[in-house]
Design a protein around this ligand. Sequence first.
Ligand SMILES: Nc1nc2c(ncn2[C@@H]2O[C@H](COP(=O)(O)OP(=O)(O)O)[C@@H](O)[C@H]2O)c(=O)[nH]1
Ligand SMILES: [Mg+2]
Length: 235
Amino acid sequence: MRPEHPARAVRIGIGGPVGSGKTALVAALCRALAGELRVAVVTNDIYTTEDADFLRRAGVLPDDRIRAVETGCCPHTAIRDDISANLDAVEELEEDLGELDLILVESGGDNLTATFSKGLVDHQIFVVDVAGGDKVPRKGGPGVTTADLLVVNKTDLAPLVGADLGVMARDAAARRGNLPTVFLTLVGDPGAEPVTAWVRDRVAHGVDPAAADHAESAPPHTHSANAEPHGAGAG
Ligand SMILES: Nc1nc2c(ncn2[C@@H]2O[C@H](COP(=O)(O)OP(=O)(O)O)[C@@H](O)[C@H]2O)c(=O)[nH]1
Ligand SMILES: [Mg+2]
């Protein structure tokens, strides 16, 4: 399963609105994969270390494999515009722990416009949930339209909130072309089987050497003047 000569760990970003289930998905992935891969996690919150604390309490990984970045700003700024704090956290994990196979970076909860810089992660998962209404995939935005994997979580709640999964599947397909979408319930599928399989596959393919170079040459310390002043969240 492990690539023979990993240049560095595969980095996967997990973004999406507050409360959609990003931390719960990170926990599920750690539980499912920690026995077969060397996994570490970076969490992002605005003013707290809430998500890292949750993961540590849940015991999904040893404490030293979980790092918290306190963004102090809109979450998307820290994953897209000024990624230096996140890059530092990722690199510190690799320095302290030695070779790793997979680093998951959870964004602070944000709106539908948030995406990760390619200088920070190799692949991105965008998590929405059915409780936000079945209109969410139709509304589009870069998270929904361009993420490498779209996860529509909390399908167990669909009957309770009147969300039509067929509509969500149709709209997601229309927005995303050939990019994959999976429907998930972490209540019914605590191992997040389809997402775990997708992540396992990404790790098996390893890091594209060009992407590794790109990450090293990316200008992480620039602070975008046009960062959008909205969308703050703590999830
Ligand atoms: N019913 C249901 N609740 C879920 C599911 N996934 C996550 N949750 C709950 O949704 C809430 C928010 O999840 P969390 O992972 O903190 O969301 P985040 O803000 O995106 O990191 C928590 O209470 C989770 O237990 C799911 O599939 N079904
Ligand atoms: Mg969270």
